[in-house]
Design a protein around this ligand. Structure first.
Ligand SMILES: Nc1ncnc2c1ncn2[C@@H]1O[C@H](COP(=O)(O)OP(=O)(O)OP(=O)(O)O)[C@@H](O)[C@H]1O
Ligand SMILES: [Mg+2]
Length: 495
């Protein structure tokens, strides 16, 4: 056994009703190393981590930590032993202050009067954050922080608990480039301190930037572990999807038809004088940095935000869109960026989520036609290849990629002519991404007008016929799909 080995998970299995989430999985974690965990949506990555930190218990297998078998009964237990996890779905305590959150469950008890304690605690919290290069007012409530700030606080909390293993589950999915760079600097610093990082991400570039070791899982099974510098991108993709992916973007030549949507002088709180149009059969990419105002523009067109001035013309007719209901009536569909909050009812079933938007077509008078609802849902589950044990499964239990497919299925059920996709592949594995790209191309081929907002430049370049670059609420450039390069887009995006 190598002396730097910190943790060894052996033969871990875990089943949920209808799914074998983990089947005899293994993992070795070393001190001071970044161990990347990769695999398609639903491969079992998050489940394995939740077992390590005592959130779930394994059906079988053992975890050896520093040479001894351990089994944590709770997350608190694990935390005390040096295990911290920064979750994929962040679960901070919204009403606590930053300092309270950092030292939660970790307060010294005894004779210290409350106010002295609070002062000392706040000071310590501040110091911890400063060590991470963060300047944050520690009396702020958690709910007022950005996602990047919440992560930093969670990392500070891990440090205050003397973490030896920090698990990061898709930490960068909602971070800007600058924030990602800061996080990576912090990860380097954590490594120097001998802390082991388990890093889950679908982003190849990130993995090759920071991982020392890569483990791949597929369908709940362990596939392989390799040093990051011993494999290349293609090998990795092949291991993840279990087959070779030759073409990721399968673009057909489509001659765009008539203009279906145009906006003129569109102005709202976060955007100004937006002019553009999109034709049937065309994919219009919208690039820009996080916070540039792209989501706000999409929301406004979908009736979700206030428009101060400007016009929206759908198929030659000027329209007023005051609500999503209006937008849907005019044939507009929006796949939102934030599927957790606006796209899905997480506590509800797959079936219910898919048919929610189309309940009308299932209704006979006031009654829902149960049979019709089931048929519709089954059809969409088939069509989109949604991996769920049964149509009645609660959406919260599905993996991210499968949740995103449900959002797509739901919006497309209304057969919109204009489809706005906001970060359609965020948090989605490479195999499911390819499927979603194929789907978007097929929709364009059927004459749909597509507006695709994305922060991933390869995706923008690979998919778009035309590209708008948005910065600070304005369109800074319009490029054709063939002339655009990553450098050009970045230049305009930061102008
Ligand atoms: N609490 C649960 N109840 C029922 N099924 C679950 C639960 N948690 C996970 N699953 C199922 O277990 C499998 C593994 O899910 P897991 O979340 O671990 O995947 P993942 O690799 O993290 O995927 P992603 O990349 O999408 O986050 C999936 O089929 C998922 O639907
Ligand atoms: Mg996961």
């Amino acid at each position: 056994m190598s002396s730097t080995l910190l943790l060894r998970a052996e033969n871990i299995s875990k089943s949920f009703p209808g799914v074998k989430a983990l089947d005899n999985v293994q993992l070795n974690i070393e001190k001071g190393k970044v161990h990347a965990l990769m695999g398609e949506n639903g491969a079992g990555k998050s489940t394995l981590m939740k077992i390590l930190i005592g959130m779930y218990s394994a059906d079988s297998g053992r975890i050896i930590y520093k040479g001894h078998p351990v089994s944590f009964r709770s997350v608190h237990d694990a935390l005390k032993s040096g295990f911290s996890m920064i979750h994929q779905e962040l679960l901070p305590f919204p009403e606590l202050s930053v300092a309270e959150n950092i030292f939660m469950g970790n307060e010294p008890v005894g004779a210290i009067p409350g106010w002295i304690y609070r002062k000392r605690r706040d000071k310590n919290a501040q110091l911890l954050l400063e060590q991470l290069g963060m300047n944050l007012n520690v009396t702020r409530r958690m709910k007022t922080l950005s996602i990047a700030e919440i992560q930093m606080v969670e990392i500070a909390k891990a440090l205050s608990n003397r973490a030896e293993i920090i698990i990061m589950d898709e930490p960068t999915s909602a971070l800007s480039d600058r924030e990602v760079n800061l996080l990576f600097k912090i990860i380097d610093d954590l490594k120097q301190r001998g802390i082991a990082i388990v890093y889950i991400s679908h982003k190849m570039d990130e993995i090759f930037r920071i991982a020392d070791t890569i483990t791949v899982m597929r369908d709940g099974r362990y596939i392989a572990t390799h040093p990051a510098n011993a494999i290349n991108r293609n090998d990795l993709i092949t291991m993840i999807v279990g087959r070779e992916l030759t073409t990721i973007f399968e673009k057909k030549d489509i001659v765009p038809g008539d203009i279906v949507l145009s906006v003129k002088g569109l102005t709202g709180e976060k955007f100004k004088d937006i002019d553009f149009s999109v034709r049937s059969g065309e994919i219009l990419g919208v690039a820009g940095l996080m916070g540039a105002g792209r989501t706000e523009i999409a929301n406004a067109i979908f009736g979700l935000g206030r428009i101060y001035k400007g016009t929206i013309v759908v198929k030659g007719k000027s329209v007023f869109i005051r609500s999503p209901r209006d937008a849907i009536q005019y044939g507009i569909g929006l796949i939102t960026e934030d599927r957790k909050n606006t796209g899905l009812v997480l506590s509800s079933s797959v079936k219910h989520n898919i048919t929610l938007a189309a309940l009308k077509s299932c209704c006979n008078g006031p009654f829902i036609n149960k049979q019709k609802e089931s048929n519709l849902a089954d059809e969409q589950i088939q069509r989109f290849g949604i991996k769920t044990p049964f149509a009645g499964q609660v959406v919260n239990f599905l993996s991210g990629g499968n949740q995103q497919k449900i959002v797509l299925a739901k919006v497309l059920l209304n057969d919109p002519d204009i489809i706005i996709l906001d970060e359609p592949t965020r948090g989605i594995d490479i195999g499911a991404k390819t499927e979603i790209y194929r789907l978007i191309n097929a929709l364009a081929a059927k004459g749909k007008a597509i507006i695709m907002i994305s922060s991933e430049l390869p995706e923008i370049l690979g998919m778009s016929d035309r590209i708008l670059v948005v910065h600070d609420g304005r369109i800074k450039a319009e490029l054709t799909g063939t002339e655009a390069t990553q450098e050009m887009i970045m230049q305009y995006a930061m102008m």
